[in-house]
Write a protein that binds this ligand. Structure first.
Ligand SMILES: Nc1nc2c(ncn2[C@@H]2O[C@H](COP(=O)(O)OP(=O)(O)OP(=O)(O)O)[C@@H](O)[C@H]2O)c(=O)[nH]1
Ligand SMILES: [Mg+2]
Length: 409
């Protein structure tokens, strides 16, 4: 059972640490260098969000995680992530590498906007003295470039679409717009929200001017491509003040201080069994006797990153995007609600990421169309209660679906 279809897009200015973040998150080696435009082709990989495993909460000795991983009582649930080439101001006019490669994040559900919180790269991504460039400006410019990219795609045949809809070509206006914009991963509910918030719902599409379209696209970006600000290079001391400023300036948008470099080093050391460390941990333990240089570097990470910020922030940024920004929950479907096993007797094998507000029937559909179509009722394994199709699944629920299709099978 696939744990999720979520895709996170790593975007931002060139040379800010996007590939370092991606590599730390996926443990895939990709080119990283301190100069602009190192990444050209997109890197696609799998990373994990971290939750406490329900077997711990229930006092069970272990579980048999199958579509996800259980490590020392923590459940790591896979999500997809894509790292693309960097932007510079004016990218929408073709500067730098342009912005066409953002097409690789068309399907992204949320964007991890990596910025250089240490201010040690200029507008063009060239290395400069830490603190000499303002990450607040960087966020504004990058959001502008992303919205320009969306605007150009949407504006391309807008007039034709507007005429078609206004002359009665489609009864369901948001539905027709969403269909036209589906290549950008835009859903009907995104369009409905954007029309509502902008007050454009009552205005005929053919009477929108360019300004209206811009406001609409901005709002659509906010709902369909929400951003988490990844304030990277937080290991550099001047980043602290910038993180505070970013939070002040972008209220309502999460700002997560990260040191992707620290996470990458910790993961590499952990893969070589030189430290005990799990993504998201607030500390690590050196094991064996690694080279002195490494131990020194790790101690610096402890001082400059973990003690200061609580963690490297990479896991926090991923969790923030999937659970808070995209408002998802985790549910554990089982076949046997007493033993908490699947058909093969595996304990709590699957973790599914689903939108908050999903019903028991939505969950059934998510597992299998047949289960959704022939849904009878569900059992909440924690309370042992039978629940109906409209039961809203809670975060962490363990659910058995009872369906006619499954009975026959
Ligand atoms: N101090 C510090 N340096 C970092 C951090 N993350 C990345 N870097 C450095 O920043 C430089 C650029 O890193 P990349 O990951 O290649 O950046 P990018 O955003 O993918 O760059 P392009 O693909 O060229 O646009 C490298 O020298 C990294 O070592 C961090 O958390 N702290
Ligand atoms: Mg890169």
């Amino acid at each position: 059972m696939e744990a999720s279809n979520i895709l996170l897009g790593v975007v931002g200015k060139t040379n800010v640490g996007k590939s370092t973040f991606f590599s730390a998150a996926t443990e895939i080696d990709v080119p990283i260098e301190n100069r602009p435009f190192v990444t050209i082709d997109p890197n696609v990989g799998v990373t994990y969000v971290r939750r406490m495993c329900p077997h711990v909460e229930l006092g069970l000795p272990s579980c048999n995680a199958s579509n996800s991983i259980c490590r020392l009582g923590w459940r790591f649930i896979p999500v997809k992530i894509v790292d693309v080439a960097g932007l510079v101001p004016g990218a929408h006019e073709g500067r730098g590498l342009g912005n066409k490669f953002l097409d690789h994040v068309r399907r992204a559900d949320a964007l991890l906007l990596v910025v250089d919180a240490s201010g040690s790269t200029d507008e063009e991504g060239r290395p400069v003295k830490p603190g000499s460039y303002d990450p607040v400006e960087e966020v504004k410019q990058m959001v502008f470039e992303i919205e320009e990219w969306m605007f150009n795609i949407i504006a391309r045949d807008w007039d034709k679409l507007a005429r078609f809809i206004d002359t009665g070509g489609a009864l369901d206006v948001p539905g027709a717009l969403a269909q036209r914009l589906s290549g950008l991963g835009i859903l009907k509910n995104h369009v409905v929200k954007a029309l509502e918030t902008t007050g454009l719902e009552s205005k005929r599409l053919t009477s929108w001017d360019r300004g209206d379209l811009r406001v609409f696209v901005s709002e659509l970006r906010r709902v369909a491509k929400p951003i988490v600000i990844v304030a990277n290079k937080a290991d550099v001391p001047v980043a602290e003040d910038n993180v505070r400023r970013l939070r002040e300036e972008f209220k309502g948008v999460p700002v997560i201080p990260t040191s992707s470099l620290a996470e990458l080093m910790l993961r590499r050391a952990s893969a070589k069994n030189m430290v005990e460390y799990m993504p998201g941990d607030g500390d690590f333990k050196v094991v064996g006797s690694p080279p002195r240089d490494l131990v020194r570097a790790l101690e610096r990470i402890r001082d400059l990153v973990l003690r200061k910020w609580g963690s490297t922030g990479v896991q926090e940024a991923l969790n923030e995007a999937v659970f808070k920004t995209l408002d998802n929950i985790v549910v554990y479907p089982v076949e046997d609600h007493v033993k908490l096993t699947d058909k093969q007797g595996r304990v709590l094998p699957d973790a599914l990421i689903i939108p908050r507000g999903s019903t028991a029937r939505d969950l059934a559909y998510r597992i299998h169309t047949d289960l959704g179509e022939t849904f009878l009722y569900a059992i909440n394994a924690k309370t042992k209660q039978r629940v109906g199709e409209s039961y809203r699944v809670n975060d962490g629920d363990i659910i058995k679906i009872v369906a006619a299709a499954a009975r026959k099978a």
